[in-house]
Ligand binder design. Sequence first.
Ligand SMILES: *Cc1c(COP(=O)(O)O)cnc(C)c1O
Length: 454
Amino acid sequence: MSTDHPALDTEVISRLHEVVADLGRVGALWGPEQLQSNRDAEALAKVVERLRNMYPYGDPRYIGQILKPPHPVAWAAYAATALINPNNHALDGGPATAQMEKEAVEELARMFGMPRHLGHLTSSGTIANLEALYVSRELQPDGVVLSSEAAHYTHKRMCDLLGVRHETVAQDGSGRMDVEALAQRLEKGGVSVVVATLGTTSLGALDPVHEIVELAREHGVRVHVDAAYGGFHTLLAGASPAVDPSPFAALPHVDSIVVDPHKHGLQPYGCGSVLFADPGVGRLYAHDSPYTYFTSDELHLGEISLECSRAGASAAAFWATIQALPLNADGLGRGLRDGRRAALRVAERLNEDPSVRLVVQPDLDIVCYYPSLSSASAVTAASDAVFDSLARDGWHVAKLTVDVSWLNAAGGELQPDADSVTVLRSCIMKPEHVEVADDFADAVIGAFRGVRSP
Ligand SMILES: *Cc1c(COP(=O)(O)O)cnc(C)c1O
């Protein structure tokens, strides 16, 4: 399989042809229940053919980006609800799905141990973070927003959008926010909110939220936790195989939390969420919409959201999923635990081999690694070559660019003949990865042994 033109195999495509034909048959609750014409069926068949050009995200041998198909319960609930197509903007747009959204968000708040909350689903983690930053700007318009070097790139962009100042705090050798650097910046004053990340997108690193909260409180500064990726790992905190419980234990004391059900919550895309500790922030969303609220005096979800239309189907899908897999260690946590176990196994195997180096020890289930060669440019060339050779053997990984000076400070020993270096990155987030962990480690080690220093 060439990496330039990924392709799903014929068997998967023929299954998809069958599925789409079935869906066409059940595609309406009102009016005509069948596809109307050959043209309709042909259009769907053409889509399936276009979908051939995809990596096999659901296959255990896909160990690349944060990507996997949704849980069958999630997508069945989504598809069924989409036949009605409710809009969770206003209560009369979807009474049932608005209620499911409230209940699902309540479950999230309970999972994080928040004593009180106000929250809702969003179309993405980016929009959810935007809302948290918007609330913080409304409370303190002149304050500076701090996030770590390893924080998601959209925080700075959203600060630009909101017209607030943003500054970056250094990361330490583990890819976590450097608490010393944070303490020094807070001393200088003028900060409104610290954005901590639980599960950085690049390395899966956990910022020390417990230490950050303590420092921020001393300075009267808010703490927002971007747990878009790693929020659900709170279900594993302290359990075996261990995830450090300390940063998660501080979540009841932070001001806002973002978690993406469409990442580790097994949902189709279009499902993020934001939760605030103080329900009073709802007043900051006040607006006057003449056409929406007429059926109830209750607070509508649309009144506490920056977005207007939102898919009620997303709420139904997530609600259904956590009925089937409750937010506890034996429910949704089970799959996360297997991913974590597989990640630790891969990391252990790669660590043992002299031809491979880990960027950091994994805090969650993302493992980043590179060949032990002497210079940055050699590592980049070898990473590119190994990425391609793994793909030819059916293993799909991802790439990550890191700063050479940071990597060396973190224990790397590269001749700095370039500013940055390409390493390989794997999100080991499917339970099935447990079964392939050793084969995958063998494949990586074999490929790295095959590359030579120039
Ligand atoms: C993925 C991610 C985001 C962005 O979320 P989207 O749902 O992709 O918009 C923000 N922060 C972190 C830490 C993430 O991993």
